[in-house]
Design a binder for this molecule. Structure first.
Ligand code: ADP
Length: 257
């Protein structure tokens, strides 16, 4: 309970920080990025190519961080809608295949006849990208990243963390380094990271966990050191009636967490 409280307090702190700073900071980074790109395209001096490139990379990392912060912020409420999870998973797999290039093989699979889910598609996409980036980081020498989506019947045998009731299970699996039990037990804690300063924010899994909670789903992580990690995101099956006629104001479910 103490850990849960500490975690909630950290989330609260992130929320406050975000409200005040992240939005403005994001605009600032945008201006930096545009001007750096102008510099890059007009600059004839070879000696400046590397520093400009490094500045652009720093801006890139900064904007990833502010996006994570904004995802926590109350300014970015959940906008749930009926989502084609199979298409979304295929899209993320294609994106990762393009960006990961050679060393990591990307696979994806979706069961036919996936149940409908109500979720904010942008936040779900960001969650899957976060999981895929973690997978990539765990496979510096290559491996296989696999994204899967399937139905999960509510009466199936349950593991801790798996919500009851019918739902969708989205699996992101890698053949990477895996985690020690200590790292695994703290992995979803906000700001917990084992990555070097500037690379990891420690907010990726916390964000995915938060999305799972707010959507009435769950997150289960299994990991074996030296073998890989399997992250399963459960989302409740949408009630078809609710899908047909969402009640007024249903799109601003930003309160609960
Ligand atoms: P970040 O990626 O910024 O460090 P996360 O919350 O996404 O933040 O992850 C927290 C930590 O959990 C990571 O630093 C890493 O140690 C561990 N982790 C997360 N995903 C994986 C994975 N797929 N394989 C191995 N370790 C992982």
């Amino acid at each position: 309970a103490e850990l849960a409280l500490r975690q909630a307090q950290k989330m609260e702190a992130v929320g406050q920080l975000t409200g005040g700073v992240a939005h403005d900071f994001n605009n600032l980074l945008q201006a930096l990025s545009i001007n750096l790109h102008v510099l890059e395209s007009r600059c004839q001096d070879e000696r400046l190519a590397l520093p400009i490139r490094m500045a652009l990379q720093a801006v890139e990392r900064g904007s990833t961080l502010t996006q994570h912060l904004l995802a926590f912020s109350r300014r970015q409420p959940l906008r749930p809608e009926l989502v084609d999870v199979a298409a979304l998973v295929a899209g993320v797999a294609a994106l990762m295949a393009r960006t990961l290039g050679g060393v990591v093989r990307v696979e994806h699979r979706a069961d036919p006849g996936l149940w409908p889910v109500m979720i904010d598609p942008n936040q779900l996409e960001m969650a899957l990208i976060n999981l895929a980036i973690n997978a990539r980081d765990a496979m510096p020498d290559g491996g296989v990243l696999c994204l899967e989506a399937g139905n999960h019947a509510g009466n199936a045998p349950r593991q801790p963390g798996v919500p009851s009731g019918d739902g969708l299970c989205i699996t992101v699996r890698d053949t990477g380094t895996g985690m020690t039990p200590e790292v695994l037990s703290r992995a979803t804690e906000p700001f917990f990271t084992t990555k070097e300063v500037g690379r990891g924010t420690g907010l990726g899994l916390a964000m995915v966990q938060s999305l799972a909670n707010r959507s009435g789903g769950g997150l289960v992580i299994d990991s074996q050191l030296g073998h890989g990690t399997t992250v399963r995101l459960f989302l409740p099956r949408a009630n078809p009636d609710a899908v047909a006629a969402p009640p007024p104001g249903a799109s601003t479910g930003s309160e609960a967490d």
